[in-house]
Write a protein that binds this ligand. Structure first.
Ligand code: MTE
Ligand code: HPA
Ligand code: MOS
Length: 749
């Protein structure tokens, strides 16, 4: 089935926040944000700006009727700065004007006096000085003390990975409309409508039921709108409440880049020990997560780093510790993979280093340590099936790894200034919110009098194809064709108390809730038919919008059944609630069964290096991915291609740069390079792992949103291998992204 949005996307008629027709009387908001990263505010003079023609009001923290607090996990993040500035770009006030243009003019007229304070941008420095957002956590298995004795090879090192700008095509934004009796309706470009509703209630000092949040779709979120869409929605709601006028804020790209948090940079130390037969006996790792100036989602992201510290390998003795370090960067946040990629980069670095030291292929170590059935993850969950091993061997066999390696060797023998490198990247990603209580969802289904169906779920469409999958679920359960089904906007008044659309679990959670609601309606219609025809319920069935008696078609169509049910005064509205069974986690011992299931896969990636210039191109990525039983292969392939390229971008070219004063230097598309059509691998071959799916995946179609990003990690090691073919003196260093500048230095180091 085609993506249901493809038609309107191509025509340009899909509706995003900035497409909502502007109501008469609408005002525009613009944040006045700090131009330093750490300071005490001595005085702010708004008088000239306030008097600028067309400026309606400048809102400060003093105008906030409720709490000046938007922190989701910890209450450590004011909406508007009071006395202190903690990062460059921190909102201090909100300018409300007749137009955005006027607001920008006025912004320049605000004068501020501050006392600057020392700025910390490095997570290791933050840890040394004791600036932690919360105490460190450690995941442990086996016995570290005795483990090192069994090791023939022990290697230590450091691995750093940088942050990543989300660069959703649609920037952050929201539009608030005052309704009657102090209620407010907000259109928000958010992955978390309930988080917006809850935080608006807190800041405005009104109950949640007075706030309705509505989301049509996002032009991308990638985690950047899981928590950080909230601030903008709260700003417009606050202004709408104070001024009783509609207020809109569509954030300018450069403001968005400067003010919002990104993927967390990590700086990590590892120690890996292997026995003679290349089994990893021990792995010790310390992660320094650069959280930025407030908690945001950092504690949850850090947790997922610990879960994925050993990637897809079984390691009997593990000690993984993570520090959530408070720095003066904008609070970093969710980004596709949610800390998992950062953890996986470190163990892959350790393996590469060990292979180099021993003088063998990296893949010999990878292959010797893949997870097998009944192996235990360091957090206590037991491996159910051998998909890690299966995906690995399927990839190596399907694409004939020996032949690929020979091609590379022969190319390297015959070329002096151009070298190729190849790497293999196996992945394993746990599906479920790591915070168990978040794993629930609801769906609301109406069958209308003409037999058409309207569906609301708690899930947000952000380009990942969720709505298409939801249509497919309903089609299957109700036997309807796709044109009879409409997916409504995501709205807190129709579906309440939702978890954000995140953790790759949106289709699973909301789809299962939808299945439950649809199954109830289907059952009810069949009961009506049973009464009407006087036939036993178990002999009736729905197929292709027609009632069947055993295997024979009856005269009753879906539409007629609906008419009969309505005549019987039967309710044709249902609500479905789903909560993932079985999962649990005990933080006091850091053990449990946190994930519904895992997604596996293995990718081969090859690169050609221009050894004069340090530039490179990816020749191909060939992978076998664990789709389960994909319910929409086209959508899922799209997710793999997108995630892969996003991962390659993170590992190779996307270079976030802050100066020592905490100012973002890579603050525009001219200074921050993301993959374009020329930088995607020339060939991307994707094959499906032969697997039966998983009961907890929607229609056994496994979650696919985040896992493919981690195939991109292979890009780093492919480049390293190409460098080694040119420069035998090159010593591995692990410091992503591997930009052409760094590659050039490495070629001649
Ligand atoms: N794909 C597109 N096109 N746009 C996005 O914003 N977000 C990713 C992934 N794929 C994203 C995307 C992230 S971070 C997640 S968690 C999942 O989609 C969320 O959707 P799902 O839970 O339905 O997979
Ligand atoms: N993944 C993504 N988003 C989240 C998670 C998670 O595990 N927990 C809280 N938000
Ligand atoms: Mo995705 S980082 O869980 O929004």
């Amino acid at each position: 089935m085609k993506n249901i949005d493809s038609n309107s996307h191509v025509k340009g008629t899909s509706i995003y926040l900035d497409d909502i027709p502007v109501r008469a009387g609408t005002l525009y908001a613009l944040a006045y944000d700090s131009s330093c990263a750490h300071a005490r505010i001595k005085k702010v003079d708004y008088s000239t700006a306030e008097n600028y023609p067309g400026v309606i009001k400048i809102i400060t923290h003093k105008d906030i009727p409720g709490q000046n607090q938007i922190g989701g996990i910890f209450p450590d993040e004011p909406l508007l700065a009071e006395n202190d500035i903690h990062f460059w770009g921190m909102p201090i006030a909100l300018i409300i004007a007749e137009s955005e243009y006027i607001a920008r003019k006025a912004k320049k007229l605000i004068k501020i006096e501050v006392e600057e304070l020392p700025v910390i941008t490095d997570p290791r420095e933050a840890r040394e000085k004791g600036h932690l957002i919360f105490p460190p956590r450690t995941f442990q298995m086996g016995n570290m003390d005795s483990a090192w004795d069994q090791c023939e090879y022990i290697l230590e090192g450091r691995a750093d990975s940088n942050g990543q700008e989300h660069l959703y095509i649609e920037t952050q934004g929201a539009y608030a409309f005052p309704m009657e009796n102090g209620s407010i309706r907000i259109s928000s470009s958010t992955q978390g409508p309930t988080a917006v509703q809850k935080t608006v209630a807190r800041v405005l000092g009104i109950p949640m039921h007075k706030i309705e949040v509505d989301v049509t779709r996002l032009g991308g979120g990638f985690g950047g709108k899981e928590d950080q869409a909230t601030a903008w929605a709260v700003m417009v709601a606050l202004a709408a409440q104070i001024l009783n006028r509609p207020v809109k804020y569509a954030v300018h790209r450069m403001d968005d880049m400067r003010m919002t948090g990104k993927r967390h940079p990590y700086s990590s130390d590892y120690k890996i020990g292997l026995s003679k037969d290349l089994k990893i006996q021990a792995y010790e790792v310390t992660f320094h997560q650069n959280a930025g100036a407030a908690a945001d989602l950092s504690p949850a992201v850090m947790e997922r780093t610990l879960y994925h510290a050993t990637n897809t390998y079984f390691v009997p003795n593990v000690k993984a510790t993570a520090y959530c370090c408070k720095t003066n960067l904008p609070p970093n946040t969710a980004f596709r993979g949610f800390g998992g990629p950062q953890g996986m980069f470190v163990i892959e670095s350790a393996i590469q280093k060990a292979a180099n030291h021993i003088g063998i292929k990296t893949r010999d170590i990878q292959a010797a340590n893949l997870l097998k059935e009944k192996d235990e993850f360091p957090y206590g969950q037991i491996v159910k099936k051998c998909e890690a091993t299966n995906a690995w061997y399927a990839t190596l066999e399907k694409y004939n790894i020996k032949e690929l390696e020979e091609e590379i060797d022969s190319f390297n023998k015959n070329n002096v200034n151009s070298k190729k490198g190849l790497a293999i990247m196996p992945i394993c990603f746990g599906i479920s919110f790591t915070n168990t209580p978040m794993n629930n969802a609801r769906a609301l289904v109406h069958i209308y009098q003409d037999g058409s169906v309207g569906i609301s779920t708690g899930g947000v469409e952000m380009g990942q194809g969720l709505n298409t999958k939801m249509v497919q679920v309903a089609m299957h359960e109700l036997s309807l064709s796709s044109d009879r089904i409409k997916i409504e906007t995501t709205n807190t008044t129709r579906v309440a108390n939702t978890s954000p659309s995140a953790a790759s679990a949106t289709a699973d959670l909301n789809g299962k809730a939808l299945e439950i609601a649809c199954a109830k309606l289907r059952e009810r219609l069949l009961e009506c038919a049973s009464n009407y025809l006087n036939i036993d319920l178990v002999e009736l069935n729905l197929k292709d919008q027609v009632l069947y008696h055993n295997d024979t078609k009856t005269d009753l169509s879906w539409d007629q059944l609906v008419t009969i049910a309505l005549a019987d005064r039967v309710c044709l509205t249902e609500n479905g609630h789903y909560a993932t069974p079985l999962i649990n986690f005990d933080k006091s011992i850091e053990k449990g069964h946190p994930f519904a299931y895992h997604v596996y896969g293995t990718a081969i990636i090859a690169v050609t290096l221009d050894c004069i210039r340090g530039r490179y191109e990816f020749d191909y990525v060939k992978l076998v991915h664990d789709f389960g039983l994909s319910m929409n292969y086209a959508v899922d392939i799209g997710q793999i291609e997108g995630g892969l390229v996003q991962g390659i971008g993170w590992m190779t070219m996307e270079e976030l740069l802050y100066n020592d004063n905490g100012k973002l230097l890579s603050n525009a598309l001219s200074t921050y390079k993301i993959p374009d059509i020329y930088s995607v691998p020339k060939i991307v071959d994707i094959e499906s792992l032969n697997s039966e799916g998983h009961e907890l995946a929607i229609r056994k179609s496994k979650a696919v949103g985040e896992p493919p990003l981690m195939y991109g990690i292979g890009a780093y090691f492919a480049i390293q291998n190409a460098i080694k073919a040119f420069n035998s003196n090159y010593k591995n260093s692990f410091d992503a992204p591997f930009t052409p500048e760094k590659v050039l230095m490495a070629l001649y180091s």
